[in-house]
Design a protein around this ligand. Sequence first.
Ligand SMILES: NC(=O)c1ccc[n+]([C@@H]2O[C@H](COP(=O)([O-])OP(=O)(O)OC[C@H]3O[C@@H](n4cnc5c(N)ncnc54)[C@H](OP(=O)(O)O)[C@@H]3O)[C@@H](O)[C@H]2O)c1
Length: 253
Amino acid sequence: MTAIAVLGTGNIGTTLAGKWTAAGHQVTLASRNPDAPALRDLAASIGARTATHADAVRDAEVVVVALPGDAVAAMAAALGDAIDGNVVIDATNNLGPAEMNSIATIVRHAPGAVCARAFNSLGGENLADPDFDGTQADLLWCGPDGDPGALVERLITDVGLRPVRVGGLDQLSTVRPFDRPRSFATHRLVGDGRRPSSGTGSALFLAGATANWLHGVGDHFAERSLSWKLLAASSIGHIMGIIVVIAGVTTGI
Ligand SMILES: NC(=O)c1ccc[n+]([C@@H]2O[C@H](COP(=O)([O-])OP(=O)(O)OC[C@H]3O[C@@H](n4cnc5c(N)ncnc54)[C@H](OP(=O)(O)O)[C@@H]3O)[C@@H](O)[C@H]2O)c1
């Protein structure tokens, strides 16, 4: 049994909390309004307790950040000392800034935190029901190996997902919602523990990586000097990405 503090009581926080209490973990739902009757009822129904953020992290082994991305900086500044040394799982997506994850923000205030990136790349409905017609969904994640990594994988498994560690925190750009063909290609090919094994698989992976590169490089430089060539590169990358995803889905690779 692991003591888990889930920061944020939205779709993601409450879904994860329900899965983990069902698996026997001790879960605290951390809220700005821990005494709100609706939240108390919900927590009681899944066997969790509610608390303020500060109280929730006090005895937690694992802290899961399920807040809006723009709320993480204030949380990390307030709780930095308290979560230093904890395993901290970042499930947030910053939809505006270049960095979708909040790892750097957390580490700035809690340099000793053992951070992982997980639960951000699937929708709440997939976390609630990770079974696709009898096939268990994979969850790409990155972060520590060793004991903390095993703990993260245990928690992913307890949600009903198959954990797929794609590496350390240098792989943050791979663990993102499938808006990038590289994430998609990684999921379809490496995510199953397979190298690209067929000609079609290899071609698809190469096309995904090229599309990602074209789109990324085009975007990056187009922000600095607007040029139709860069915009065209970015658009071609984007269109290639869509084709890669459609090809992957229809061929079932
Ligand atoms: N929804 C999805 O399918 C999905 C999938 C993957 C990842 N994500 C990411 O996961 C995170 C959580 O998403 P979500 O859909 O569960 O809910 P959310 O609407 O982003 O909010 C989560 C909770 O955070 C708390 N909160 C809201 N504003 C806050 C603020 N300014 N300061 C402190 N706490 C605040 C609220 O709980 P209290 O009022 O109880 O404090 C709220 O219920 C987001 O970063 C999102 O991008 C979402």
